[in-house]
Design a protein. Structure first.
Length: 639
């Protein structure tokens, strides 16, 4: 009875949807509407196939998988517009995980919530699981039908009438070409990745043709179309052998130049957006490998209204002194530089975890580098904070770290004429405050260290065709994006957990051990302490691999001392692959079967992400205080 009712509901939805397909076959509304109708029909066929199958029969399972692949090909033919218009509904159609906890940009304003994924990817993963039954599979596909029907809404249909929507969706499409479409992020069968990509590109070519007729004043120019045609040819030559596909050449020679041209169009046509998809993206960046591609943090803090470079430099210099000044700590012996050592890439490479405030024990987590931290939306390894300023304040006040008292700290800082003069001078630029606060202090500090996130690596230069990358590193990148599966969590271009459209930070459960012997899982619950849920237990924010050669030890607890140990950890399937009890591990427990040579190539790529960070010299002196006892403090602290 339930299946009959379900079938009637689906047929009714499809009838309504077909009835509202726009009649103008030369319009993009018709283009999208027709794609939706064909995709819905494929989902109906898939549901019928599941209903009539015996899941214990291998042939029947293969028939279902074949139907899923057919539906995926149809989906990919208009994937670019669905993702852009409504990513929440898209996860019903093709969610990568059964359950995710929302970490998109609005988490800066409200708590994360549970989001269930449905659709084709999860159905394909589920089909070979022993506990899978027809009802569960049909439910996954039913939710996909509900998700796709949402795109018939009047509000979304209205967006299909403007060129703005398509040009911005095209930007997201190009970013996804570089970051997720070729990595297997949401395609369980690696042999289907390039055929799907080929289908996607050919359909996109059709879209450009219709778009240029409908919006001749905002058209895609011939140089863009010609390069896109070359992109299709590149994929056609490669699509039969994913193992040899050059992700490096694909992005460097085709995707990145197309992105640059699309950015130029956004500015030429004065395109504006009201979508949260575009919240972080910078319309003026000229390359995917431009460090200004997106903004994750407001590094000015309370000084956001100041644009004058001289004024910002003056505040930054005060921030630098504060970074080295133990005046921020409860005992005047510990500074930011005590743990985030500027001479060690703003981390602590000498300790597994740094000493605590009492200098008798150690902190529970490894000191994360401050390099490239501005490209995260959530801060701390557990995502506790949404701003760098809140993170700095937390560390200053944390009794285990700097044990500072806000009122006492402000009194001490204002007892130093040099500090007082600068903060009073710029107080008028922060009209939301009547007096100097801890926010002024932390904002000066973040203004100082932000600049160290904007240096580039040899890999960036190679992607921007400024230099030639050595062959070993190039092979390593191709492995990173394919067989080694690193690119499914560490996304281009920052190689952290922020994927297009770069509005949120992702967390993963990989089963980090408590020691190198793998006899116990790390007891640190990670994200669970901030957002308790069974899926977040032992989850940590995915950090960047940039500068990894210089930021040992690795993992949240510093358990691994070398990159080789890290690669071996992933190669063996994480903690679950080493028989640790990690029931919610998001990393596959299967071995990657990396060869010794492949591991060396991976390392070569990782080394190509080392950035040339200028050596920092500590201040020659610290501001003098009216309190003589404070004038005994040491630059950088004592421990």
């Amino acid at each position: 009875m339930r299946i009959r009712v379900l079938s009637f509901t689906i047929c009714f939805i499809v009838f309504i949807c077909v009835a509202f397909v726009p009649k103008d076959e030369n319009s993009l509304e018709y283009f999208v509407g027709d794609k939706i109708s064909k995709f819905e029909a494929s989902l109906n066929t898939l549901s019928t196939t599941i209903t009539n199958s015996d899941l214990k029969n291998p042939k029947h399972r293969q028939e279902i998988i074949a139907r899923i692949h057919q539906s995926r090909l149809l989906l990919k033919s208009f994937d670019f517009i669905l993702r852009y218009l409504e990513p929440t509904q898209y996860k019903k159609i093709n969610g990568p995980l059964p359950i995710e906890w929302e970490t998109e940009v609005f988490e800066k304003f409200e708590k994360p919530y549970k989001r269930e994924g449905f659709g084709l990817t999860i159905a394909e993963i589920s089909i070979n699981e022993e506990e899978t039954n027809k009802d569960s599979l049909l439910h996954l596909i039913h939710q996909a039908k509900i998700g796709i029907s949402y795109f018939r809404s009047d509000s979304l249909q209205a967006k299909l009438k403007t060129s703005n929507t398509y040009l911005l969706a095209n930007r997201l499409f190009l970013l996804n070409l570089s970051a997720i479409y070729t990595t297997g992020f949401e395609c369980p069968d690696s042999q289907q990745i390039l055929p799907e990509l080929s289908q996607m590109l050919k359909s996109q070519r059709d879209f450009y043709t219709i778009y240029n007729k409908q919006f001749p004043n905002n058209r895609f120019p011939d140089n863009y179309l010609n390069l896109f045609e070359q992109t299709i040819l590149f994929i056609e030559k490669s699509k039969d052998d994913y193992s040899s596909f050059s992700h490096f050449r694909f992005i460097r020679d085709y995707v990145n130049p197309l992105f640059s041209l699309n950015q130029r169009l956004l500015n030429t046509y004065h395109i504006r957006s009201e979508s949260f998809n575009d919240y972080s993206l910078n319309k003026n960046s000229k390359s995917i490998f431009d460090k200004t591609l997106y903004f994750g943090q407001n590094t000015k803090g309370v000084y956001g209204f100041i644009e004058d470079k001289y004024q910002l430099e003056e505040i930054k210099q005060v921030g630098k002194m504060l970074f080295y000044d133990p005046i921020l700590s409860g005992n005047n012996k510990r500074s930011c530089a005590s743990c985030h050592k500027p001479t060690q890439f703003f981390t602590d490479t000498l300790h597994t975890t740094s000493p605590d405030f009492d200098n008798t024990k150690v902190l529970p987590r490894n000191t994360p580098s401050l390099l490239n931290v501005v490209f995260n939306h959530l801060i701390m390894l557990d995502g506790k904070h949404t701003s760098l300023q809140a993170q700095a304040e937390d560390v200053i006040k944390n009794p285990s770290e700097m044990a500072g008292d806000e009122k006492i700290i402000l009194d001490k800082i204002l007892s130093c004429e040099k500090y007082k003069h600068i903060f009073e001078k710029y107080l008028k630029y922060t009209p939301q405050f009547d007096e100097i606060t801890i926010e002024h202090i932390t904002s000066a500090i973040t203004l100082y260290y932000r600049e160290f996130s904007y240096f580039v690596s040899p890999f960036d230069k190679a992607m921007n065709k400024m230099i030639t990358l050595n062959r070993k590193a190039e092979k390593g990148f191709n492995l990173f994006m394919s067989k080694a599966q690193c690119g499914t969590c560490h996304f281009v271009p920052q190689f952290n957990g922020v994927k297009p459209p770069y509005v949120g930070s992702e967390f993963e459960v990989i089963g980090v051990p408590n020691n190198p012997n793998y006899n116990q899982l790390s007891p640190d619950l990670g994200r669970f302490g901030i957002n308790p849920a069974k899926e977040t237990k032992n989850a940590f924010r995915t950090t960047t691999i940039r500068n990894s050669a210089h930021t040992m030890p690795y993992m949240h607890n510093g358990v691994f001392k070398t990159i080789d140990e890290v690669i071996d950890f992933y190669d063996n399937g994480g903690g679950l692959g080493r028989n640790l009890n990690v029931g919610n591990q998001t990393l596959s427990s299967d071995s990657l079967h990396l060869t010794i040579n492949e591991k060396q190539e991976l390392k070569a790529f990782i080394y190509s992400l080392n950035e040339t960070i200028p050596k920092q010299k500590a201040p020659l002196s610290l501001p003098i205080s009216k309190d003589n006892l404070l004038n005994k403090r040491k630059i950088g602290g004592e421990y």
